[in-house]
Write a protein that binds this ligand. Structure first.
Ligand SMILES: *[C@@H]1O[C@H](CO)[C@@H](O)[C@H](O)[C@H]1NC(C)=O
Ligand SMILES: *[C@@H]1O[C@H](CO)[C@@H](O)[C@H](O)[C@H]1NC(C)=O
Length: 532
């Protein structure tokens, strides 16, 4: 990816926001609004905890120099967890600060999903937008693409990106995937099939669309020039923006990296595709950082993290879980990363960078979650979230800025497909202990899977001395007894809290062929003839 685009985009965004909102929505003076910090959230897809060099410095690898630099000038969060182990639930929880059992999003939306994140949910961009922030999103949304569910109707002033994962549609020049996927049909009648084709699990009938605001601008998009597409779209929109002063902004960048198909700039030899893609991602993050440094350095928080752990079944195209190998599970068959509640499924790299505010070269092992982004950013912006609902994230401001070390006392990891009912909170973290009421595996490289298994009494691991979750504590030990009681009490309390929460939303997961984004329904793969 070209680095120039981000620079351009960022400065363009700053300018465009101003033009659009020169008149304050809430009467706050320009000077007052100017004091509010800018936020850049960068969310990588399927990245592993071990993919960040700084998390494994003993290995002396150098794939993420820009992120390492951000960590050196900011803070690395080593016990940070994605709110779920798959895409849509994780993103929904980040944007609402609530578990999937409350916001309704417990599994992924599909190409033909008619709905998305329930409209009763309030999003982070919505709240910041109301306070005068200019809000833009670049990248993967995956919270519903139809009508009112799209990003520009959920709080973003501007959107450019893909409506769901980059493997959920065909392209003409496929990227690296395992198994490899065929290119789109170039001609022939369009038949929208919502199921993956039987050959290798590829989505082959509806081209992968590129969306700007709420319109398809390219279908199928070109994975290899996705960045160039971003650049030219931004060019058209932003060069006309002429501004005199700034408005605070939220920029949410949901990268296609590191999700398959990978499409790194130079075709490297096969064994290095993942690394090449990781480096490309890192340089993109570096470009965002330097653009931000050049514009409003002291007033911009950049928070980098991931949406869930590596997709192990993709073999050489999957990331690294580092030491979080989920050995209890892998020794019984199956994978222990994405889709599972083993550490590899949800412990993700996280770096927070804010020169002058976040102490340089600091590390925090406070127990944190992607759900904390919501209350933290609102707190930094001086915004109080609506009090008609319950939240699960905590305000991590003191951890980021003031060296406070206490994070969540308890953190629940929802089932994302490997263990029982979607969204169920059957794995619980409390201090160094992690309890499993149910275990399950994802598909491993090579196809091995494992069956969900109930545990009564629960399995409890001590992550401090057993980070690979290999040997559970013996149930008769006082340590086990104390942890089991503490966790059971808290779990009941949370389940009761959710059961009595009047603000719980239900997502509509129904699908219909007519809901698939389709540029020209008469064309093979919905191909846009006039635009593409
Ligand atoms: C998207 O929205 C921006 C800002 O509202 C606007 O300038 C641009 O023209 C829109 N693009 C499309 C394709 O509608
Ligand atoms: C950052 O901290 C690490 C470990 O605490 C130390 O080895 C390193 O030299 C520090 N880097 C800088 C630039 O201060």
């Amino acid at each position: 990816m070209a680095e120039g685009f981000t620079l351009f985009l960022l400065s363009g965004m700053l300018m465009c926001g101003l033009l659009l909102h020169t008149v304050s929505r809430h009467g706050a003076s320009v000077a007052e609004r100017r004091k509010k910090p800018n936020f850049i959230i960068i969310l990588a897809d399927d990245i592993g905890w071990g993919d960040l060099d700084a998390n494994q410095h003993e290995k002396k690898i150098n794939n993420t120099p820009y992120l390492n630099l951000m960590a050196e000038r900011g803070q690395r969060l080593t016990d940070f967890h994605s709110p779920a182990s798959t895409c849509s639930p994780s993103r929904a929880a980040i944007l609402t600060g609530r578990y999937g059992l409350r916001n309704g999003v417990t599994h992924n939306f599909a190409v033909g999903s008619v709905a998305g994140l329930p409209l009763s949910e309030v999003t982070l961009p919505q709240l910041l937008q109301k306070e005068g922030y200019y809000t833009a999103m670049i990248g993967k949304w995956h919270l519903g693409h139809n009508g009112p569910y799209g990003p520009t109707n959920r709080g973003f002033d501007y959107y450019l990106g893909i409506p769901y994962s980059n493997d959920m549609g065909c392209t003409d020049t496929p990227g690296y995937n395992w198994p490899p996927c065929p290119p789109c049909d170039s001609s022939g009648p369009q038949v929208i099939r919502l199921k993956r084709s039987v050959h290798g699990g590829c989505y082959s009938k509806v081209g992968l669309p590129l969306i700007e605001n709420s319109s398809i601008v390219q279908q199928p998009l070109d994975l290899w020039t996705l960045t160039e597409q971003y650049k030219s779209c931004c060019n058209q929109d932003y060069t006309q923006c002429k501004v005199q002063y700034r408005q605070p902004y939220l920029l949410y960048i949901a990268l296609a990296h590191m999700h398959v198909p990978l499409a790194p700039p130079l075709p490297p030899d096969d064994g290095k595709v993942y690394t090449a893609s990781l480096r490309e991602m890192d340089s993109l993050v570096g470009a965002v950082k330097s653009a931000s440094d050049d514009t409003d350095k002291d007033n911009t928080l950049i928070w980098f993290t991931g949406d869930n752990g590596p997709w192990e079944q993709k073999c050489q195209y999957a990331g690294s879980v580092g030491p979080f190998m989920g050995k209890w599970q892998t020794s019984r068959g199956g994978g222990s990363a994405k889709r599972t509640t083993w550490e590899g499924g949800h412990r993700v790299p996280a770096v927070a960078y804010w020169p002058g505010r976040i102490p340089a070269n600091s590390t925090s092992s406070a127990l944190l979650s992607g759900m904390d982004i919501f209350p933290t950013l609102l707190s930094l912006a001086g915004v109080t979230p609506p009090s008609d609902r319950r939240y699960d994230g905590i305000d991590a401001t003191d951890i980021l800025l003031h060296g406070e070390q206490t994070g969540h006392e308890f953190l629940f990891h929802p089932n994302s497909g490997a263990a029982g009912r979607f969204g169920d909170l059957q794995s619980v973290r409390s201090g160094k202990h992690k309890a499993f009421y149910i275990t399950g595996a994802a598909e491993a490289c090579g196809g091995a899977t494992g069956r969900p298994q109930l545990h009564d009494p629960p399995l409890i691991f001590d992550l401090e001395c057993d980070e690979s979750e290999e040997t559970p504590l013996k149930t008769e030990t006082p340590e086990y007894q104390a942890a089991a009681q503490r966790i059971a009490r808290r779990r009941e309390k949370l389940l009761w809290d959710i059961a009595t929460d009047k603000s719980v939303s239900a997502a509509d997961y129904s699908t219909d062929a007519s809901a698939a984004p389709c540029c020209e329904p008469g064309q093979a793969a919905c191909r846009c003839h006039t635009l593409g």
